[in-house]
Design a protein around this ligand. Structure first.
Ligand code: SRM
Ligand code: SF4
Length: 576
């Protein structure tokens, strides 16, 4: 049975409970033309619809001086299960970015699109716009299962296709059933008539068979990966599914649970943690097992303190053995011993790769995941033009990059010419391997949580780190580097060989020693470094790596061998 809301529960729990399946007063908030903001309680609910109310933080203090309301606008996160979008969907997102947002598209670390800077009066039009091409933002954010990630690995095989199919069915199964989304944003009409659409009965007769009316205690993330590629960072997820192949077919998945990276500075009871392995299950049982994990978290997760409410803390509290037993009882499926597998890396493979049917995939580097035109290369324009001629697909990767997928041999010369004309190919191939393995979260100017810059600053810092790489001959050495503007970990910095986490304006903590393949967290090495400090600390480390590494030794492993940091063997020893 689902738990009742108690007085000790957080405000968000009470807002969910009385929201009538995520309606609240959103419709009223949208109609209020006196403010660019929503009613305070609706700011929680709109997250479940895939949007965040934000302010332009660059302008906050100036507007305060002028006694103006902050410049409110909205971020919309558009789900792309498994990251695969059509050219028509790309063109629509591109147009919506210009029409209603800040003229750019953000490709996120979870294979979704984000629009930033959408004013309240344009929210409905923007949401209708992408629904018309069968994209949605329902469950983009909020205390539910989010966009399901899946390896978009260009190396096609029957297993990859089967895993994509499982990702789609997990996404569909755990999408909230509430009809509020259609009611509020689409005036009660599903744009795609094939979408499930129940008529809302007054009095809250919507049903959420998996979630119940208070949904989950916290966000919930699922990712699938096909070894040897761990390009979805499966262990950072509440549920990580590792595809196991037998005789060229998908046999099932090793199931890991309880990953999550967020922490709060100064609160050591919060920590990044990698998912624990529960064991192997056959493909036919995967939905049952996922549902059992989700409902165990629904019923046992902490609803009194959102900082301790992720599944990782539930497992710590229950103990792994008890948690696993509970999942087996709920699902009626017994875990088999984990099957052998090997991950090589978390990165993308840039450039051209063959695809099925004589077609090709082309993986492009998108710095910080930002699709925009810049003076040196015009990525947004180039991709728009490509989308008008392309008969394959666009695949968003978990590394904020883009694969132009399934390019036919006939279209390849035209697509190549477009990308060359706008400087896009050169932009991908001239980078150091370290930059090609970089991630940066959004941070300023839109993220309310940011203490420091990330996406807007990392490219300039990398220019300086590139100089060190050139001096030391490490330009082609793949090293993962990730920067975030706060410890929430949106660019998965605790899984980077070089992790930089913003602590104050212009100041970062430096973490070292994560595994290149996403199987070990890093550890704090230095605190509160400014740019000079970061370069001063990194230079001797990279010099030593260049001169003293063993053949094939990764930078993260080298940092541990040299004793610069201790290996983090579990989330509970991340801080110590
Ligand atoms: Fe995140 C909150 C952006 C992936 C952990 N994340 C936020 C918010 C919504 C800020 C807020 O709460 O006000 C950020 C919106 C900024 C903006 O202006 O767009 C934000 N997160 C992002 C994105 C866009 C980063 C990016 O540059 O790509 C990623 C969107 C993914 C998506 O499409 O769904 C993003 N966030 C992640 C990841 C990486 C992942 O899932 O693989 C993590 C770490 C994994 C995890 O969940 O533990 C992550 N975001 C968080 C947290 C910390 C959660 C925790 O358990 O403590 C928060 C804060 C929160 O939930 O309270 C957060
Ligand atoms: Fe914002 Fe922090 Fe996430 Fe960066 S890591 S997007 S600063 S919440």
């Amino acid at each position: 049975m689902q738990p009742e809301t108690k007085p000790s529960h957080t405000e968000v729990e009470h807002v969910k409970a009385k929201s009538d399946y995520l309606r609240g007063t959103l419709a009223e908030s949208l109609n209020n033309t006196l403010s660019g903001a929503l009613n305070p309680e609706d700011t929680h609910l709109i997250k479940f619809h895939g949007s965040y109310q934000q302010t332009d933080r660059d302008l906050d203090s100036e507007r305060k001086i002028q006694k103006l309301e902050p410049l409110y606008s909205f971020m919309i996160r558009v789900r792309v299960p498994g990251g695969v979008a059509t050219p028509a969907q790309w063109l629509r997102m591109d147009a919506l970015a210009d029409q209603y947002a800040n003229g750019t598209l953000k490709l996120t670390t979870r294979q979704a699109f984000q629009l930033h800077g959408v004013h309240k009066r344009h929210l409905k039009s923007a949401i209708r716009g992408f629904n018309e091409v069968l994209l949605d933002s329902l469950a983009g954010c909020g205390d539910v299962s989010r966009n399901v990630m899946c390896s978009p690995n260009p190396e096609e095989s029957r297993v990859h296709a089967a895993v994509q199919e499982v990702a789609r069915s997990i996404s569909a199964t755990f999408t909230p059933r509430t009809t509020a989304y259609y009611e509020i944003w689409l005036d009660g009409q599903p744009v795609d008539k094939s979408q499930p659409f129940a008529t809302h009965k007054p009095g809250g007769a919507d049903e959420e068979p998996v979630y119940g009316n208070t949904y989950l205690p916290r966000k919930f993330k699922i990712a699938l990966a096909v070894p040897p590629q761990n390009d979805t960072d499966v262990f950072a997820n509440d549920i990580g599914l590792i595809a196991i192949e037998k005789d060229g077919e998908l046999a099932g998945f090793n199931v890991a649970a309880g990953g999550g990276l967020g922490m709060t500075f100064g609160e050591p009871q919060t920590f990044p943690r990698l998912a624990d392995m529960l064991g192997f299950v056959e493909t036919k049982d995967i939905l049952k097992v996922c549902e059992a994990i989700i409902t165990t978290q629904r019923d046992h997760g902490n609803r009194e303190n959102r900082r301790l409410s992720r599944l990782k803390y539930t497992i710590e509290r229950m103990g792994l053995a008890t948690f696993k037993r509970e999942v087996e009882v709920r699902s009626g499926v017994s875990f088999q011993p984990e099957k052998p597998y090997r991950f090589e890396g978390t990165g993308d493979r840039y450039g051209w790769t063959p695809a099925a049917g004589g077609r090709f995939h082309l993986t492009l580097f998108v710095e910080g995941g930002r699709v925009a035109d810049t003076p040196s290369y015009q990525l947004k324009t180039a991709l728009r033009v490509v989308a008008t001629v392309h008969d394959g697909d666009f695949r968003l990767t978990g590394n904020q990059n883009l694969i132009i997928g399934n390019i036919s041999p006939e279209k390849r010369p035209a697509i190549e010419a477009i990308l060359e004309k706008y400087g896009v190919l050169e932009h991908t191939f001239r980078q150091t391997a370290l930059r090609q393995h970089s991630l940066a979260c959004v941070a300023l100017n839109t993220c309310s949580q940011a203490f420091a810059e990330a996406e807007r600053y990392l490219p300039a810092l990398l220019d300086k780190i590139d100089d060190i790489l050139r001096e030391t001959g490490l330009e082609q050495e793949a090293i993962t580097i990730r920067m975030t503007g706060c410890p929430n970990g949106c660019a998965r910095p605790y899984l980077a060989e070089i992790g930089l986490v913003g602590k104050a304006v212009g100041k970062y903590n430096l973490y070292l020693g994560a595994a290149f393949n996403g199987e070990r967290l890093n550890k704090l090495y230095r605190e509160m470094l400014d740019e000079e400090g970061i370069l001063r600390e990194l230079r001797p480390l990279l010099q030593a790596y260049a001169g003293e590494r063993n053949p094939g030794e990764r930078f993260g492993d080298f940092c541990i061998r040299k004793g610069w940091v201790q290996a983090t063997t579990h989330g509970t020893n991340f801080h110590g």
